[in-house]
Design a protein around this ligand. Structure first.
Ligand SMILES: Cc1cc2nc3c(=O)[nH]c(=O)nc-3n(C[C@H](O)[C@H](O)[C@H](O)COP(=O)(O)OP(=O)(O)OC[C@H]3O[C@@H](n4cnc5c(N)ncnc54)[C@H](O)[C@@H]3O)c2cc1C
Length: 425
């Protein structure tokens, strides 16, 4: 499995006082740099990351990139020339420590870089599987372009592929494997797919989809061991079942990269704690993306999504440039499995009242999550028709008539009883 920081590093140049250092060159890091230049920051911007590749998009890595016939190259977030044109310096290196008293970061190669502001956009790292045999050849995680290239090369027709974890990434890999003619098994500890992020109706819909494409889904499956000599041969679960495997892909979640912040005394709580302006408890340090936890104004949440990374990075740049009105967006996310798109807005809660719009046996439907009569979240499956209207209704705190909302012939916006905001009620 890959490490986060390689040991061989190139050093960057010395930095001046008017320098914003961005740790990380993923979705949040790049957005912060882009936004700072858009807003007219004229000082230096130095983006430090260990990645060999130019900054690229992660979502395609578990989707189109794994498909047969898709281009080998990662989809770049920006062309390399963009960074040169905008005077954004990219330093290949890994931050090892933050000296807050000196306002500098120390890289693994020993070089020191001073900042006037620091934006931590370090992302997350896959949760490792810790059972015996998890380090055998043929066991993969999926985070980087390099990981995705290795998985893609292993998905040959007829290969026995075991995916551990039926979250978004595991299921996207399973879909790619099945479509490439692999014998695909998904092992999931819970009793349904995507249980953390969606309701049972949507889970069952996607389970039928995967089954119809030939994947085998096994629930209540706790992996206890991966066996093999030189490389993986089989995966064993707690009930003694043995699943033959040429390839194993582990997708059991991620954890925020918060150690650097923690060791320097920046507040962390399962994520670097930020407010709506992406400020940490150090006035010179901001954080954005998967590495963070937003705790502010009654909100306490950690999100792993492109929308969140981009919004938080935008807010960090805005605040540095004196725009102190943070964008407060309805969180949203998508996944595509066997060509079927699930797109979700808002954050559901298991106690929400569920309204089904359309038939979950069909190709297109939505699930509305109502809390105290208001729309709190939506899942759209196979259609985006309700997505934008739902986002507006979530934002406005509209009361919803559940009977009208359940009827797909009624426009979703017409199912609102009134646009009384939650605060007014
Ligand atoms: C395969 C895959 C598919 C996904 N699909 C979707 C999807 O469909 N929709 C969606 O919304 N989200 C998806 N996500 C999640 C999404 O990609 C993340 O939420 C997003 O990338 C978070 O952005 P980030 O900038 O916080 O972190 P990242 O994009 O992970 O970037 C972190 C950066 O920090 C660098 N870094 C780490 N440690 C150090 C250090 N010590 N020093 C310097 N640099 C460091 C890393 O090398 C990297 O450049 C997917 C993720 C993966 C892996």
């Amino acid at each position: 499995m890959s490490t986060i920081c390689p040991s061989t590093l190139n050093t960057g140049g010395a930095v001046t006082a008017d320098t914003i250092i961005i740790g990380g060159a993923g979705h949040a890091g790049v957005q912060a740099a882009v936004r700072l230049r858009e807003l007219g920051w004229t000082g230096r911007i130095v983006m430090i990351a260990p990645d060999a590749d130019a900054p690229y998009e992660r979502p395609p890595l578990s989707k189109d990139f794994l498909k047969d016939g898709s281009p080998d190259a990662a989809v770049l977030l920006r062309k390399a020339s963009y960074f040169e044109d905008k005077g954004i310096d990219r330093v290949r290196g890994c931050i090892r420590a933050i000296a807050r008293d000196r306002r500098s970061v120390l890289l693994e190669d020993g070089s020191r870089h001073d900042y006037s502001k620091l934006i931590l956009a370090l992302g997350s790292t896959p949760r490792p599987l810790t059972v015996p045999g998890s380090d055998l050849d043929g066991v993969h995680e999926l985070k980087t372009h390099e990981n995705a290239s290795a998985v893609r090369a292993a998905l040959t027709p007829g290969a026995q592929v075991v995916v551990i974890g039926a979250g978004y990434i595991g299921l996207e890999v399973a879909a790619a494997a099945a479509s490439r003619g692999c014998e695909t098994t998904v092992l999931e500890f819970e009793n349904r797919v995507m249980s953390r992020v969606t309701c049972e109706v949507v889970s069952r819909h996607f389970e039928r989809l995967h089954n119809s494409k030939g994947s085998r889904l096994v629930f209540g499956a706790a992996v206890t061991e991966i066996r093999g000599q030189d490389r993986v041969r089989e995966v064993v679960t707690a009930d003694g079942s043995v699943h033959p495997a040429d390839v194993v892909v582990v997708g059991i979640g991620v954890r925020p990269l918060q150690e650097l912040a923690d060791e320097s005394g920046v507040r962390v709580e399962d994520g670097i704690v930020v407010d709506h302006n992406s400020r940490t408890n150090d006035p010179h340090i901001y954080a954005a993306g998967d590495a963070t936890r937003l705790i502010d104004d009654g909100v306490n949440r950690r999100l792993e999504s492109i929308q969140n990374a981009v919004a938080q990075a935008t807010n960090a740049a805005n605040h540095i440039m004196g725009l102190a009105m943070p964008r407060r967006e309805v969180p949203w996310f998508w996944t595509v499995q066997h060509g079927v798109r699930l797109q979700t807005a808002g954050l559901r809660h298991p106690d929400d009242t569920i309204v089904l719009r359309g038939s979950s046996e069909g190709d297109q439907f939505s699930i509305l999550y109502l809390r105290a009569g208001r729309l709190a979240a939506i899942d759209t499956v196979g259609t985006l028709r309700d997505f934008n209207p739902a986002k507006k209704l979530i934002n406005s705190g509209a009361l919803i008539d559940p009977e009208r909302a359940a009827d797909p012939s009624v426009k979703l916006s017409d199912a609102a009883r009134g646009l009384t905001t939650a605060r007014e009620a």
